[in-house]
Design a protein around this ligand. Structure first.
Ligand SMILES: Cc1cc2nc3c(=O)[nH]c(=O)nc-3n(C[C@H](O)[C@H](O)[C@H](O)COP(=O)(O)OP(=O)(O)OC[C@H]3O[C@@H](n4cnc5c(N)ncnc54)[C@H](O)[C@@H]3O)c2cc1C
Length: 344
């Protein structure tokens, strides 16, 4: 029988769904119960049912920024809401509303094909559009916050759909209101605002070098970003990973100067006034972890910021290695590394 989507309940869940193909770290995991959410109208009644039964629940997008346990308890909502709609386009900007389940990279590629440039530096980041605001994804000198007009979500505290403006999302470096309030919002759609005025963003050294004395097109930048990323990061289909496993720590100018006196080669970038961002990969590399393997997991040999799963590694293996790295970096540099992926 074809039920209307608004009548989705616990009875529609699939038991014991394997998640090995749904997390890029390649951890063998399964959801006790899982359900595909392809329409936002499915959410209210389902959440009501979940709450009535006192069950735990969580949301999974593309699984590219999570560390999963061997069993995900309760109900796992697999977000698959599709759709891209140009709401308006005038001489100054284009507004586009996108379903949370759309694939991020495909969406970026689509914007360029439609003649709406701007997000080319964010090409090839894995995952879904709906997850992009959670940690305010960023790369090569740009963050998604720059392009988000608002975010539509089901607020499980208010029991209703809400729209959060860009300001209300409280975006910061790899952070947002959603990340600060875990398991409160189920993001259903994101509206992007792409300005018509375009200029290449080439602050990242490798892009600047490649296009010195040139005026690249958005597509040329898109292709360059894809090529650089492919040469530096392991393909999760080949080697399990969740991209950068640690955030770049932000320290005061004073602490950075002190560290630079002791370690003249330390890599840092300007951040907010009076602060600098340290390259976490450099710190980890100096502690001798690059390429190190411990059982089924290890540190990628081309980029110390990436932890990899050679196969059969569990959350415990990954988090055990992460703890060793955090302790050593703390002991050596007096800097605390924060884990970037979400630990379920
Ligand atoms: C090879 C590789 C490279 C990467 N490079 C970058 C990079 O350059 N920059 C960067 O910022 N990140 C990067 N990442 C991390 C990752 O791609 C992003 O964080 C991405 O946004 C995660 O999307 P996802 O759909 O896979 O989310 P998931 O991993 O499924 O989920 C991540 C978190 O978001 C929550 N979530 C997901 N969807 C929703 C929703 N619809 N509503 C509410 N909550 C939701 C989940 O509950 C979880 O807490 C990389 C990852 C990999 C594997």
């Amino acid at each position: 029988m074809n039920l209307p989507s608004s009548s989705t309940t616990l009875a529609n869940c699939t038991p014991k769904l394997g998640l090995l193909q749904r997390n890029t770290l390649g951890i063998e995991s399964y959801a006790e119960q899982a359900i595909v959410i392809s329409k936002s109208e499915q959410i209210p009644l389902l959440l009501q049912d979940i709450k009535a039964h006192g069950l735990p629940w969580q949301v999974l997008g593309g699984g590219s920024n999570v560390v999963l346990p061997s069993v995900l308890p309760g109900i796992t909502l697999l977000i698959d809401i599709a759709g891209k709609e140009v709401l308006s386009s005038d001489r100054t900007e284009t507004l586009i509303r996108v379903g949370a389940g759309e694939h991020w990279h495909d969406f970026v590629q689509w914007t360029l094909a439609q003649g709406f440039p701007g997000m080319e530096n964010l090409a090839l980041i894995p995952g879904t559009v709906g997850a992009s605001p959670i940690q305010n994804i960023g790369a090569y000198g740009l963050e998604v916050a720059h392009f988000i007009e608002n975010v539509q979500a089901f607020d499980t505290e208010k029991n209703g759909f809400v729209t959060l403006s860009n300001r209300e999302c409280e975006f910061a470096y790899r952070d947002s209101y959603f990340k600060q309030n875990p398991n409160r919002f189920i993001i259903t759609q994101v509206t992007f605002k792409l300005p018509k005025a375009w200029a290449p963003k080439l602050t990242y050294a490798e892009l600047a070098k490649q296009f010195s004395n040139q005026s690249p097109t958005p597509l040329e930048i898109f292709n360059a970003v894809c090529a650089i990323r492919s040469s530096k990061l392991p393909d999760p289909k080949v080697l399990g990973n969740a991209g950068s496993f640690f955030q770049n720590p932000i320290v005061s100018e004073a602490q950075c100067t002190e560290l630079a006196n002791q370690y003249p080669a330390i890599v840092s970038f300007p951040d907010a006034v009076g602060q600098r961002k340290l390259a976490a990969g450099w710190l980890i590399d100096q502690c001798g972890f690059k390429g190190k393997r411990i059982g089924p997991v290890g540190v990628y040999d081309k980029q110390a910021l990436v932890l990899v799963n050679y196969g059969g590694g569990s959350a415990q293996d990954i988090l055990g290695l992460a703890k060793q790295i955090q302790d050593k970096v703390q002991e050596t540099f007096g800097v605390q590394l924060q884990i970037e992926p979400n630990i379920f």
